[in-house]
Write a protein that binds this ligand. Structure first.
Ligand code: ZN
Length: 70
């Protein structure tokens, strides 16, 4: 993973937190394994239960990416 953008974290109830993010990963590898690892780390370290993460190869094509990526 080389970058992260469009990161949002919010409470969906008094006991549950959600997270969405775009991850930049130019090399195609085991994305399912990476997503599982990220989910486990977010759960274990920050008690975030609900995650939605998208992986992008080329962030310049993303409308939510900063101009800094171009
Ligand atoms: Zn994006």
């Amino acid at each position: 993973m080389t970058a992260c953008h469009d990161l949002h974290i919010w409470a969906i109830s008094t006991r549950e937190t959600a997270l969405t993010a775009h991850l930049v990963r130019p090399v195609v590898e085991n994305d399912d394994g990476l997503l599982r690892l990220i989910q486990e780390q977010l759960h274990d370290r920050f008690a975030i239960e609900h995650t939605t993460i998208q992986i992008e190869r080329e962030p310049q094509h993303c409308r939510q990416a900063s101009d800094d990526f171009v």
